[in-house]
Design a binder for this molecule. Structure first.
Ligand code: AMP
Ligand code: FE
Ligand code: FE
Ligand code: ZN
Length: 265
């Protein structure tokens, strides 16, 4: 009997992944996944093609997105699931992020230009993120790898980083709930400061991503989920060739979790 596996975290070309939404859906079917959520950064554009194709191919989908939020100058990624795709509150949140990205991409490019690393490609579009800029820097020969671009220039707090107008984590959760969705802490192990975690634990999240990429289950996050009564979610954070060591389906959840998320708030 086929085991039900659903990858709840991956990115398409609608944000910083390299697979189109259709390629992601086909790839998920090809590797035997039963369920998938495409969680692009700050937008749900993938669903226009992904939903009808998934239906045709018999892959179950949960609507998702990964929202950028900020707490005390730290980036906190919030996964949202099963919200109403066209709810005005969430559509407005996406629009705010588009404006934030356009503005901060302009600022990042200006900082790079001042350091003698001009990039002329049309890279100011709202859907564009730092990985696109890093890729252009590699192509220009300014750095040897995407990793080097992040470590030296683009990473949080580095010299060419610009956050743009932030949206707080509390507001992000409240908008997701307003749109009848579930809010989940993404990749908690990437949160470096313990005071940030102490703060997040007090917020009204519905779940936490305990299974991530190639990491095994982390007892610390599973215990936290249990104490809080939160859902335990998981996903690969597949981005295609920008993160070549991570494969789709490398982390996943079973049918019970999938159904609970599917039913939403
Ligand atoms: P942004 O959404 O534009 O702030 O960019 C953040 C994204 O950059 C994250 O979601 C990751 O996909 C990616 N990222 C962060 N650090 C690295 C890195 N060292 N190498 C490659 N991609 C990275
Ligand atoms: Fe990303
Ligand atoms: Fe993330
Ligand atoms: Zn992600």
């Amino acid at each position: 009997m086929k085991v039900f596996r659903a990858d709840l975290h991956c990115h398409s070309t609608c944000s910083d992944g390299t697979y189109t939404p259709a390629e992601l859906v086909k790839h998920a079917v090809h590797i035997g996944l039963s369920g998938l959520s495409i969680t692009d950064h700050d937008n749900m554009d993938a669903y226009e093609t992904a939903l009808p194709l998934a239906k045709e191919l018999g892959l179950e989908m949960i609507i998702g997105a990964e929202f950028s939020s900020t707490h005390a100058d730290q980036n906190v990624h919030v996964l949202a699931y099963s919200f109403q795709l066209d709810h005005p509150a969430i559509v407005n949140l996406c629009r705010r992020h588009q404006e934030r990205r356009s503005e901060r991409n302009r600022q990042i490019l200006e900082k790079l230009r001042k350091l003698g690393m001009p990039i002329d490609e049309p890279i100011q579009e709202h859907s564009i993120g730092r990985p696109h800029i890093a890729k252009a820097m590699v192509q220009k020969g300014y750095v040897k790898s995407i990793d080097e671009a992040f470590h030296r220039f683009l990473g949080d707090g580095k010299c060419c980083y610009a956050p743009g107008q932030p949206v707080s984590t509390e507001e992000t959760i409240s908008i997701i709930h307003e749109a009848h969705g579930l809010a989940v802490i993404a990749h908690p192990h990437l949160l470096k400061r313990s005071d940030t975690i102490d703060f997040l634990v007090k917020l009204p999240f519905d779940g936490i991503e305990c299974y991530y990429a190639k990491l095994g289950q982390e007892r610390r996050w599973l215990e936290l989920a249990k104490n809080k009564g939160w859902l335990v979610t998981g996903g690969s954070d597949f981005h295609g060739s920008v993160k070549p060591d991570i494969t789709l389906g490398s982390s996943w959840v079973g049918e019970e979790t999938f159904r609970r998320l599917q039913h939403g708030a």
